[in-house]
Design a protein around this ligand. Structure first.
Ligand code: AHG
Ligand code: MN
Ligand code: MN
Length: 341
């Protein structure tokens, strides 16, 4: 931690902008608004136990999951921070069925925002880390017109910014614009995000793996054999690995980024005719994969980098494997050998 250098996130945005003299400043404004939303959500999460907003909101979202009150609050905070900023042409949220349009009274900008307002929200009542994930693309339809779904349905490779805010023992914002990854820690006494983790790099190999082992019987043979390999003692190979699984993807991937290793949410073959993935491409897998790849790691859906997967719908789900270079390379050998994901 070197927050004593006192580089605020705002100053960092401006320094980055100055590297691109052609930049209009829109992206800087967008990031500024996201950092603001992060502070507002921090305030809600930190006082959650006090203000009777823990628990469920009493209805299901489009994914058929129970919506937590804090999910709704976070969704609204982000929407209200972004709708009038004049930089977005549309948004998409894990908590909304349809694309979110920019109200007519506000300027329509050239970027799109896809977000998971509160990842890991089923853990909120247990005081477990949760977070916000964001993904920004440049629109493909003409500027000055209302945004369309196709502006959002772009592969992760085309993200211009991706990142997350984790509300943990401290609040941290981690983001990339495609030139490395930087992490900022919120100093609650002055209300500023300070650069605490410059130029983050994931170790080439780690000693942790992170997966819901309860689903082991529903994985493909390749994944099962890879996890058997990780858990079978072999001094030379550095196994067994230690298992770490919080059940909040944002926290599990954040830890993987810092310590190395692998995070997995494989395809579930419980019904072999209808295999299922859980994590969402646009709101979870693509932005977290861009961060990890920018930090020197890799991501895959078992066939290709998550960043090359073309979304067909806003709520597409994908198998996700993300982490250190060497672990993902080992996993790929197992998948190739057994020829299934
Ligand atoms: P969300 O809270 O946004 O709905 O996402 C929950 C996700 C993700 O955070 C986590 O990795 C995964 O669900 C955990 O799923 P399991 O309980 O099936 O392991
Ligand atoms: Mn989520
Ligand atoms: Mn969520």
């Amino acid at each position: 931690m070197n927050s004593s250098r006192g580089i605020t996130i705002e100053r960092h945005f401006i320094d980055q902008q100055e590297l691109h003299p052609e930049a209009s400043g829109e992206l800087t404004r967008l990031l500024h608004q996201l950092a603001f939303a992060a502070k507002m959500i921090t305030k809600e999460v930190r006082s959650a136990g006090l203000s009777d907003i823990l628990g469920e909101a009493g209805h299901m979202n489009v994914q058929g999951e129970v919506v937590q009150k804090l999910d709704e609050i976070s969704n609204d905070v982000i929407y209200r921070s972004m709708d009038h900023a004049g930089v977005l042409c549309c948004m998409a949220s894990e908590e909304r069925d349809e694309m979110i349009a920019i109200p007519k009274e506000f300027r329509c900008g050239k970027y799109t925002l896809a977000f998971d307002p509160l990842d890991g929200s089923s853990n909120i009542d247990a005081n477990v880390n949760v977070g916000t994930i964001f993904s920004i693309h440049k629109r493909v339809t003409p500027e000055g017109t209302p945004g369309q779904v196709e502006d959002l349905l772009q592969p992760g490779r085309k993200q211009v910014v991706a990142g997350y805010i984790v509300y943990g023992s401290s609040t941290m914002m981690v983001y990339t614009t495609g030139h490395g990854v930087n992490g900022f820690t919120l100093d609650p006494t002055i209300g500023e995000f300070l650069l605490s983790h410059p130029n983050m790099k994931i170790p080439p190999r780690g000693k942790y793996f992170s997966v819901n082992m309860g689903n082991r019987h529903f994985w493909s043979e390749g994944v099962r054999r890879y996890v058997d390999h990780l858990t079978t003692p072999n001094k030379e190979l550095g196994t067994p690995y230690s298992l770490r699984y919080i059940g909040s993807m944002i926290a599990d991937v954040h830890r993987t980024l810092l310590y190395g290793g692998i995070f997995m949410y494989p395809m579930d073959y419980k019904d072999p005719q209808n295999p299922k993935s859980k994590l969402r491409l646009l709101y979870e897998a693509a932005p977290m994969s861009m961060v990890v790849e920018q930090a020197g790691g890799l991501s895959t859906n078992g066939r290709m980098s998550i960043l090359d997967v073309q979304p067909k719908g806003l709520h597409d789900r994908v198998p996700l494997f993300v982490g250190s270079k060497e672990e993902i390379t080992d996993l790929n050998h197992f998948i190739e050998k057994y020829n299934v994901i």
